[in-house]
Design a protein around this ligand. Structure first.
Ligand SMILES: NC(=O)c1ccc[n+]([C@@H]2O[C@H](COP(=O)([O-])OP(=O)(O)OC[C@H]3O[C@@H](n4cnc5c(N)ncnc54)[C@H](OP(=O)(O)O)[C@@H]3O)[C@@H](O)[C@H]2O)c1
Length: 285
């Protein structure tokens, strides 16, 4: 059994921690407001951006997951969450002479700039076009350049219980299909985020970088239409892209999960149909 620290133990971290704790691992969840943590995750109140709060980490840690997310959609918040916070934690672990098997970092498919719907994998060029991808990529470099063995999981858009914005928009008739060439989206259910991290923790000598997306990069419009049909509401109209959609067109790619699959991971929700069907059936949306 392992001593596990989940730094930034929120939506994905809690699902992961619950799974690990049920197997008998000792799990600590680090965050600023730990009230929402379930009883099987030991609360650790700390702020990753305040080094003094990281001075008394649990001794004898084996594995660390860094799953913190930015508080706001701006460069300062991204730098704090993915660069400063990670730097502070790695330094604290180093000062405390922790001998870790591995540190895992949840990155994002936002590190890719590909905009023409091309397939990308872990070897594809990373030239993040926006501050978000730039900061997350900086975090990746920081971890992989540290003295700790590190693995990065580049996640697509996360959905799952309580994260049903797309379903809500379709249900309320607010979703529109952007006019123009196909716009591919890459997603992963929360339980597969936790599942893939759990799996990688058990892989002997995992590689440094994996993409964490389901099997099916899906056209945005196909997803919206499928949801509308399932919900029995009118199909979304087609409109010229505006605002956030224009930005999304600047990052239009199909992410491959082949490497994660080859490492032995089996998806619980291989496509958006599986994941959204389960959510709708569970009444979670
Ligand atoms: N959402 C997506 O679609 C998506 C896509 C790609 C990658 N990712 C990445 O996947 C990972 C997991 O996402 P998620 O949705 O599970 O994240 P989340 O729940 O939104 O946030 C994780 C936790 O980080 C904690 N946190 C933030 N700043 C902190 C700080 N300074 N000190 C201590 N804790 C801090 C927050 O808890 P407190 O507020 O209590 O501190 C929060 O519960 C993140 O790294 C995220 O960037 C997400």
């Amino acid at each position: 059994m392992a001593n596990v620290l989940i730094a930034g133990c929120g939506y994905v971290g809690t699902a992961l921690g619950t799974r690990l704790a049920s197997e008998g691992h000792v799990v600590w969840g680090l965050r600023r407001r730990p009230d929402a943590l379930p009883p099987n995750i030991g609360p650790l109140v700390a702020d990753l951006t305040v080094p003094e709060t990281l001075q008394a980490l649990p001794p004898g840690l084996d594995v660390v997951f860094y799953t913190a997310a930015a508080d706001a959609p701006d460069d300062e918040a991204y730098r704090a969450a993915y660069v400063e916070g990670l730097h502070n934690l790695l330094r604290a672990l180093d000062h405390q002479r922790q001998v870790l098997r591995r540190v895992f970092f949840t990155s994002s498919t936002g590190v890719y700039a590909q905009a023409s719907g091309a397939w990308v994998d872990e070897t594809s060029p990373t030239e993040p076009p926006e501050f978000s991808g730039i900061r997350v990529f900086e975090g990746e470099r920081l971890l992989l350049g540290s003295r700790f063995p590190g693995t990065v999981l580049r996640l697509g858009g996360i959905y799952g219980p309580g994260r049903t914005r797309l379903i809500d928009r379709v249900r309320r008739g607010l979703a529109v299909c952007p006019e123009g060439p196909p716009l591919y989206t890459n997603r992963i259910h929360r339980d597969d985020c936790a599942g893939a991290l759990h799996h990688l923790m058990n892989v002997d000598q995992p590689d440094q970088i994996y993409l964490g997306v389901d099997h099916e990069p899906a056209e945005q419009c196909e997803v919206l239409r499928w949801l509308a049909a399932r919900l029995g509401v009118s199909l979304p109209g087609v409109e010229p892209p505006s605002g956030s959609e224009v930005r999304r067109h600047q990052s239009n790619k199909r992410c491959s999960n082949a490497k994660l699959i080859a490492s032995g991971y089996t998806f619980r929700y291989p496509s958006f149909r599986d994941g959204y069907s389960a959510l709708l059936a569970q009444g979670g949306a």
